[in-house]
Design a protein around this ligand. Structure first.
Ligand SMILES: *[C@@H]1O[C@H](CO)[C@@H](O)[C@H](O)[C@H]1NC(C)=O
Ligand SMILES: *[C@@H]1O[C@H](CO)[C@@H](O)[C@H](O)[C@H]1NC(C)=O
Ligand SMILES: *[C@@H]1O[C@H](CO)[C@@H](O)[C@H](O)[C@H]1NC(C)=O
Ligand SMILES: *[C@@H]1O[C@H](CO)[C@@H](O)[C@H](O)[C@H]1NC(C)=O
Ligand SMILES: *[C@@H]1O[C@H](CO)[C@@H](O)[C@H](O)[C@H]1NC(C)=O
Ligand SMILES: *[C@@H]1O[C@H](CO)[C@@H](O)[C@H](O)[C@H]1NC(C)=O
Length: 479
């Protein structure tokens, strides 16, 4: 109510002034001022002749007037115009216009005492199509709206001047910029630079791209039984985007390039959700609100190999990123310890075709034997008699990606058992033999003793008969 009556008073006052103000006016040079929609602009008017009043007009209608007291007109920008009293006392009668609109553009006149200052206001705006947040891979058209006489250039989020390239197209004499195939890295503040001979303006435009970092084909090479961790990082914090109604995050897997993706899991993300952690089959899943998904797969096997694609679905569409898991396995034929004159065939295999810049090889650790894969083959075989530690390694562009060790067990170790067994057996045989001899000699001795006894008996009998005869002989001789 109060402001209404003030306004009415002001309007009355302005009209009366307008009727009175028929003083011949000295026009000064014209100044051009650039302003951006929604922003503030200062229309300069400086007169040091100690005038105590000022009248600002737009298209010959009063915007604001100060003559001891502040009076406002009825032009559309009236509610957004101000004068600074302190500055006015210093001869600075500049008009402050806030929250600029396109319709504010035009000719302004500042009347101070007998002098007038002309200010040409040009209002610009940078619009983006589509507006709001964007998805990776989309195209964005930035355009400048406003007076067409100025020169327009653009700079990107790294402050480099934009020149026409395959993915950057300048249209309408540079007044529009088409950015093709947006990437997460394009997020940030882009700028439009508007210049003319007497004025210039920079207008920022915030580009927000939802996408994954490091979109280029990522391959993880892992040894069988190791733990693999897939990490998907979003370019933006989803919480920054108010327009997002719902967000779903999921993981899909496929074994081969040609096959269809199968869903492993998915879940809805809400801004209130705390750290999300869940065990799924053999996977450990962690969602860090609101821009990071981590999936851990312990003890990978060759059946786990393939493409793991994370996808983020929002109402506007979806973005995705796939990570390719390649699993290395080794095997030996025959398995187990190697006998002295036999060979063993060691096989090292990758679950997917090998890139041309990769090298797969077996080598005898600290030895000289080495076997490389044939060009393009995703497996390497070595036939060897050499025992000890063997290692299969994968190098991509001279970077060691992964390796597996395999120990060919020494044949000598196996022979030792045989020797020990033989020694044991011979000891037993020896014991048996000695027992046998002992028994035999005992028996022999017994037999010999028996024989001796028999002979002794025989001798005794013989001797007795002999003695008898002798006795007889003696008896006869005695007689
Ligand atoms: C005049 O005043 C405005 C604010 O009202 C200020 O922004 C501007 O810098 C001043 N100009 C000079 C020359 O002091
Ligand atoms: C616009 O840019 C062109 C080329 O850079 C230049 O020749 C011309 O003078 C500029 N015009 C204005 C108004 O700045
Ligand atoms: C992987 O683990 C299995 C089961 O524990 C084992 O038999 C196999 O030798 C391991 N492979 C390698 C290369 O370590
Ligand atoms: C997530 O939300 C969407 C839409 O609100 C719904 O259709 C879907 O079933 C939800 N998914 C899960 C896993 O809760
Ligand atoms: C070991 O390999 C050699 C050469 O390949 C072959 O001639 C020989 O027969 C193999 N020996 C055995 C026991 O397999
Ligand atoms: C290979 O040689 C290095 C250094 O000489 C030694 O530390 C390592 O134990 C050796 N490895 C084998 C398996 O002999």
């Amino acid at each position: 109510m109060d402001s209404f009556s003030i306004m009415a008073n002001s309007i009355l006052a302005v009209f009366s002034v307008m009727q009175l103000g028929l003083i011949p006016i000295m026009a000064e040079g014209e100044t051009t001022v650039f302003g951006a929609v929604g922003e503030q602009v200062i229309l300069p008017c400086i007169d040091k002749s100690h005038s105590d009043g000022v009248t600002w007009k737009y298209n010959d209608r009063v915007v604001i007037k100060y003559q001891g007291q502040l009076l406002k007109g009825i032009t559309p920008m009236v509610s957004r115009s101000e004068l600074n009293k302190q500055e006015m006392s210093k001869g600075n009668f500049s008009l402050i216009l806030s929250q600029l609109e396109h319709s504010d553009a035009g000719k302004y006149i500042c009347e101070v005492g007998s002098r007038t200052f002309k200010v040409q206001l040009q209002v610009f705006e940078v619009t983006g199509s589509p507006s709001g947040y964007l998805l990776q891979g989309e195209n964005l058209m930035l355009s400048i709206q406003g007076s067409s006489s100025a020169n327009v250039t653009w700079s990107n989020n790294r402050k480099d001047k934009v020149t026409a390239t395959q993915s950057r197209e300048l249209k309408n004499g540079g007044r529009s910029l088409q950015i093709h195939n947006l990437q997460a890295e394009d997020s940030g503040t882009w700028r439009c630079h508007i210049t003319s001979l007497s004025a210039k303006l920079d207008i920022p435009y915030k580009v927000l791209v939802i996408g994954f970092h490091n979109l280029n084909q990522e391959i993880l090479y892992k040894a069988v039984n190791s733990t693999v961790s897939f990490s998907y990082s979003l370019s933006t914090h989803l919480l920054q985007i108010r327009e997002l109604e719902y967000v779903r995050v999921g993981l899909e897997w496929k074994l081969m390039i040609g096959s269809k993706y199968l869903e492993k899991f998915n879940f809805n993300v809400t801004s209130k959700e705390p750290l999300w952690s869940k065990q799924m089959a053999n996977m450990e899943v962690t969602w860090k609100p609101s821009n990071h998904l981590e999936v851990k797969l312990p003890r990978v096997q060759s059946k786990d190999a393939g493409w793991y694609q994370c996808q983020l679905t929002v109402s506007r569409g979806r973005v995705e990123k796939a990570i390719h898991l390649v699993v290395m396995t080794v095997s030996a034929d025959p398995v187990g310890p190697l006998s002295k004159w036999a060979n063993v065939t060691l096989l090292c295999k990758l679950s997917a075709p090998i890139p041309p810049n990769a090298q797969l090889f077996w080598e005898h650790v600290n030895g000289t034997e080495k076997k490389l894969n044939m060009l393009g083959h995703s497996e390497v075989k070595v036939k060897t008699k050499t025992v000890g530690l063997w290692r299969c390694s994968l190098k991509v562009e001279n970077n060691m990606m992964t390796s597996i060790d395999y120990t060919v067990v020494k044949a000598a170790e196996w022979n030792n058992y045989v020797i020990w067994a033989a020694v044991g057996a011979s000891i037993v045989l020896l014991l048996l033999a000695s027992l046998c001899t002992f028994i035999c000699t005992a028996r022999q001795r017994r037999r010999r003793r028996a024989e001796k006894m028999a002979r002794a008996r025989r001798d005794l009998i013989e001797r007795r008969t002999c003695q008898c005869q002798l006795q007889l002989k003696n008896d006869y001789s005695d007689a």
